[in-house]
Design a protein around this ligand. Structure first.
Ligand code: DGI
Ligand code: FE
Ligand code: FE
Ligand code: FE
Length: 188
C-alpha cells in the first residue's frame, strides 16, 4: 500500500520549501475534491504530491529527454511551464516508481488540461489552481465553483489562465487551446 510519508519526503527533497507548501495545499484540496466527487482519495493524494515533482529540474534535462524519448520535437519551443507536467510525469514514473497510468495522466495534464479529462485529471487541474496558498483575483470564484460543479471550475480556470497568458503575450501550447475550445466554448 501507499507510503505517503516516504513520497512526501522524496518530493520535499526536490523543491523549495515554498513550492512544497503549495504541493501540500494541492494535496489537501485534491483529497477533499476526491471525497466530494467520488474519486480515489489515495490516487488524488499521490497525483497531488507528485504533480510538480519536476518543476525545478534544469531546462537541459527536459531538452535531453524530449530529444531522447520520442516526444514531439515541437515541445522544444516551449519551456518549463509546459515541460514539468507533460515530461515530468516520466521522471515521476522512473524515479518514484509510480506506474499508475491514471495518476501519470493527471500529472501530464495538470498545466494545460485537455478536451478529454478523467475525474482525477479534473481534480488535480482544479486543486492546483485553488489550493489555500493561491491568492489572485478570481480565486474565490474558482473555489466556490469547485464546490458546486467541477466542470464549471475547469472552464473558469481554463478561460482565466488563457486570458492571463495572452495578456502576457506568452506562447500558447495547442493543448491549452484544445482545452479552451472544449470546456469554455462548448462540449458539442
Ligand atoms: O506549476 P504551478 O505553478 O503550480 O501551476 P501550473 O503547472 O498549472 O502552471 C505553470 C505555468 O504554466 C503557469 O504560469 C501557467 C502556465 N501555462 C499554462 N498553459 C500554458 C502556460 N504557459 C504557456 N507558455 N503556454 C500555455 O499554453
Ligand atoms: Fe505545475
Ligand atoms: Fe494549474
Ligand atoms: Fe502546482
Amino acid at each position: 500500500s501507499f507510503k505517503r510519508e516516504e513520497l512526501m519526503q522524496e518530493v520535499q527533497m526536490h523543491m523549495s520549501e515554498r513550492r512544497f507548501q503549495h504541493v501540500l495545499g494541492v494535496e489537501e484540496t485534491a483529497v477533499a475534491l476526491a471525497a466530494k466527487y467520488g474519486a480515489s482519495e489515495e490516487k488524488a493524494s499521490i497525483a497531488a504530491l507528485t504533480h510538480d515533482y519536476a518543476k525545478e529540474r534544469p531546462n537541459e534535462e527536459f531538452e535531453m529527454i524530449i530529444q531522447r524519448d520520442g516526444y514531439d520535437q515541437e515541445l522544444l519551443h516551449y519551456g518549463n511551464a509546459i515541460w514539468h507536467g507533460l515530461v515530468g510525469a516520466s521522471m515521476v514514473q522512473r524515479e518514484l516508481g509510480i506506474n499508475d497510468e491514471e495518476i501519470l495522466e493527471a500529472i501530464r495534464l495538470h498545466t494545460t488540461g485537455a478536451a478529454k479529462m478523467s475525474l482525477l485529471d479534473k481534480i488535480i487541474y482544479v486543486a492546483d489552481y485553488i489550493e489555500p496558498g493561491r491568492n489572485f483575483p478570481g480565486v474565490k470564484e474558482a473555489r466556490e465553483l469547485a464546490l458546486v460543479d467541477l466542470d464549471e471550475a475547469v472552464a473558469y480556470e481554463t478561460k482565466h489562465t488563457l486570458v492571463h497568458l495572452i495578456e502576457q503575450e506568452q506562447k500558447i501550447y495547442p493543448k491549452t487551446i484544445e482545452t479552451y475550445n472544449y470546456w469554455v466554448v462548448g462540449k458539442a
